[in-house]
Ligand binder design. Structure first.
Ligand SMILES: [Zn+2]
Length: 124
């Protein structure tokens, strides 16, 4: 019994060690492109959150109400920068007025079942 477990353990270890080679042999590659797409989407959603936080602070400091227009110049002091934030996938941010979430032009990224790669701020 113990011999079988040891053999299985060693087998599992080698299988794991050579997983890349085995997957390559069968031409199965964990999609680096897919992983990068998700990482970029996460960064983009983070940027959208930063924009919304900046809009909140700007509105509070200047007594703004919902529906008021906001510009990048208004937000720079709150973002600690002097240029617009950029989406890592090449999308462009639309600030929208105060009270409406900022958007990335990429939006939903073509996989309706998987929100991980969407460039959308879903919470308010
Ligand atoms: Zn984006």
């Amino acid at each position: 019994m113990i011999v079988i477990l040891i053999v299985l353990g060693i087998g599992a270890f080698f299988l794991y060690s050579y997983l890349d080679d085995i997957l390559s042999f069968f031409n199965i590659h964990p999609s680096e492109e897919g992983i990068q797409r998700i990482i970029n989407a996460q960064k983009c959603r983070h940027n959208l959150k930063l924009i919304e936080a900046a809009k909140e602070a700007w509105a509070r400091d200047h007594g703004k109400v919902y529906g008021e227009k906001v510009t990048w110049k208004d937000l720079y002091p709150y973002l600690g920068r002097t240029t617009p934030l950029t989406c890592p996938s090449g999308g462009t941010y639309i600030l929208n007025s105060y009270g409406i979430n900022a958007q990335c032009t990429i939006g939903i990224n073509g996989t309706p079942d998987d929100p991980n790669d969407d460039h959308i701020l879903r919470i308010k």
